[in-house]
Write a protein that binds this ligand. Sequence first.
Ligand code: SF4
Ligand code: SF4
Length: 401
Amino acid sequence: MAAITPLQCAKCGACTVVCPVFQAGGRESLSARGRLHLLEHLDPAQASDAYAEILSQCLLCGACSSVCSRGLDPPARFIAARKQLEKTAGCQVLLRAITQKALSNPALLAAIANLGRPLLDLLPADSGLRLRLGLPLESTILSPALPETPAEKSAPPALAYFPGCYATHLHREIGEATERIATAFTGNPPLRPKQQWCCGLAAENGGDTSTAKRLAKQNILAFARNTLPILTSCASCYSQLRRYPELLADDPAWQKKGQAFAGRLVEFSTFVAQAMETDPTFSFAASAKAHTVVYHDPCHLRFHAKITAPPREILRAIPGLRLVELANGPQCCGQGGLFHLAQPELAEKIRVRLLNQVEQAAPDLVTTTCSGCLIHIQQGLGHDPTRPEVRHLAILLAELL
Ligand code: SF4
Ligand code: SF4
């Protein structure tokens, strides 16, 4: 039997136990092990459609990396393969396949229709939300050259703020709530540089590396006028912004800038938990509306950044609110950036498993910090008043200041 190198899959199967897609679909090709095996034997130049399908069946959640006995990072290999696919196929095969599926997904189309045209018109041409909602991505249109960043507020802020597309364009109350909380703890509103763009996560996950790099460079420039810590209120954006040094690794000058940028990032719940610890006299008001809450761990925080304790510490400190955990522990919601568009049936199975667990826990409220998870869970629960409300953690906390 041939020896296994440390970089090869040992076929141990540890990843199958934690993979939400494998658990939902039950086929070997849906696991990290199966997908890695297929990628080794499938030439993307010969089988671009099949290749795109295999690659689109991964949430990129990172659960497999967290348990891999060989220390492999399968999602990183799948992202690299998606980039390779874009090069070999000469067009955005994956994105095209996803868009086609999205257009035949009635639930998604209904959700988009619910948002209303005026809201959708607010989305910039290359917002990752366009991809997440299955709308045409106008990524061939280059963004305008960066103008000089205008002078911002005169009072010295302690933080800069990256809200992301969702809190900037669709649900501005998340951005406003985050700013109120940052102001409460630091004394001044955070600086919100005007030239920031989409974090680029959806573009990179879809294999469109050139768009992801362009957005990364624009964001680095937007925050380059100072060295303030950069607060982020979306788990997906935070995860992608941290990746900038890796994304820009082929250009040493930009990689260095990406490293400096990533070193300044502060995740929202971590910021609040640390601020509360620094000021033991601080307390949120008692929760009058909600009595029990479930915190949904976004995979981008749970597996990528390994941030799970701070949001729970915050919620446990709110008078009158009881934090309840799901019977089977934290679970993926099935959104996965573009996954729910590429694989609507699998995504629905994963979401139903989560919602069944939520139903058992019977909270008044589900809270999280990821825009993708928020949209997906809200769509799953619908507008049924007997089911729990879903709110961003910043909105919940801002109401209790
Ligand atoms: S990243 Fe998540 S969905 Fe993809 S193979 Fe790993 S565990 Fe499964
Ligand atoms: S846990 Fe790692 S080594 Fe084991 S089967 Fe999965 S990918 Fe392969």
